[in-house]
Design a protein around this ligand. Structure first.
Ligand code: ADP
Ligand code: MG
Length: 347
């Protein structure tokens, strides 16, 4: 390391994905045990006949969660679930997790027990072993890092890169609700801060609040695929938003795609709330993050298999790369799809 003056370029100029690319584009892999490195929902490793998938995520107080409205138990649960979601996105079955936390002195033992009650509940529910981690102090707030490890048969791994022209684009559930849940919580927080005596008005909002505070990973979808002997050609979980995540699949697969607006599932309560917030429901479905549904593509010949599969919605089709990524609107227009995925740096 030398000490010469370094240029200072704001990380916001690149955004999250641009920064990852900048830092890792020259990172290769050198072991034959590394099947897939950076660039998918999880890395894929091969030891003997078994393939392992590994994924890690970091949650930072004030960026990814706010303890004013996120109960610690829910936070612990969510920290595990969002990682398992990345394992399921590879069509794999999670087996173990490690959990590392950095906490400031404002956290009590009781508070940490609450966090761990949620972590343990998720481990039970998803049948994974908590096998390690690290605990350290932090000057301010809390940071949680979870690593999840899963296993999968080699021929069943679903990368982002396997979509091809003519494949059908599917999603496992409704979109936009988690984002609307967050809008409500943010609004209530502002009201509370200006008048702590106020009672929150959360009537008719349970569904979207639960989607934000206590999401579930789609373990059941992996079981349906197994039962129907279906292997999606590509898959990822929707953490940043449908538009942004479809773009990841298209980029990795070197294809284009179109989505049909009318077919994108939106929960009725979410639809009404979007309108109340003067948001376009379809925009929240395309760009709202954190729904943790699975976005996957299947070969045309497997159409019959998904027609009756529970919670599977056909929302579009894969096209040639030259055709771009488009939205066919309910009104009959065609627009290029825009993604405004979450750039956490600017939050
Ligand atoms: P996801 O939203 O599915 O968690 P990300 O967008 O966070 O995926 O990451 C995309 C890819 O980049 C993954 O393969 C991830 O492991 C890798 N990645 C993210 N951050 C880093 C980093 N700081 N160093 C190396 N690889 C990273
Ligand atoms: Mg993912």
């Amino acid at each position: 390391m030398d000490n010469k003056e370094q240029k200072h370029t704001d990380v916001n100029t690149l955004g999250e994905f641009g920064l990852i690319e900048r830092l890792t584009s020259d990172v290769g892999t050198h072991h034959d045990t590394t099947v897939k490195g950076i660039g998918d929902d999880a890395a894929v490793l091969k030891y003997g006949s078994e393939h392992l998938v590994v994924s890690t995520d970091l949650l930072v107080e004030g960026i990814h969660f706010d303890l004013i409205y996120s109960p610690l138990k829910h936070l612990g649960y969510k920290a595990i679930v969002v990682n398992l979601s990345d394992i399921y996105a590879m069509n794999a079955t999670p087996q173990q997790v490690t959990v590392s936390v950095a906490i400031s002195s404002k956290y009590s033992i009781e508070a940490m027990e609450e966090l761990y009650a949620g972590i343990k509940e998720a481990c039970r529910r998803y049948d994974v072993d908590l096998v390690g981690g690290d605990t350290t102090s932090s000057p301010k707030g809390m940071t949680i890092s979870v690593t999840a490890i899963g296993k999968v048969d080699k021929d069943k791994i679903t990368y982002r890169s396997g979509a091809k022209k003519g494949d059908i684009v599917c999603v496992s559930g409704d979109l936009g609700s988690a984002y609307l849940g967050l809008q409500i919580l943010e609004r209530e927080k502002q009201l509370y801060l200006s008048n702590p005596g106020i009672q929150p008005d959360l009537e008719d909002q349970q569904y979207v609040l639960e989607r934000q505070l206590k999401p579930e990973a789609r373990k059941d979808m992996i079981a349906y695929f197994e039962k129907d002997k279906l292997v999606p050609t590509a898959m990822m979980d929707i953490s940043d938003g449908l538009a942004s995540d479809l773009m990841h699949i298209c980029k990795a697969s070197d294809v284009g795609a179109y989505l049909e607006e009318a077919k994108i599932p939106i929960n009725q309560q979410a639809q009404m709330l979007a309108i109340k917030f003067q948001l376009d429901p379809i925009t929240t479905a395309l760009n709202g993050g954190e729904d943790y549904e699975l976005l996957f593509t299947i070969d045309e010949k497997d159409l019959e298999k998904i027609r009756y599969m529970p919670s599977t919605y056909i929302i579009g089709e894969i096209t040639d790369k030259e055709d771009g990524i488009k939205l066919h609107t309910s009104g009959g227009n065609i627009h290029p799809l825009k993604a405004q995925g979450w750039t956490h740096f600017s939050e």
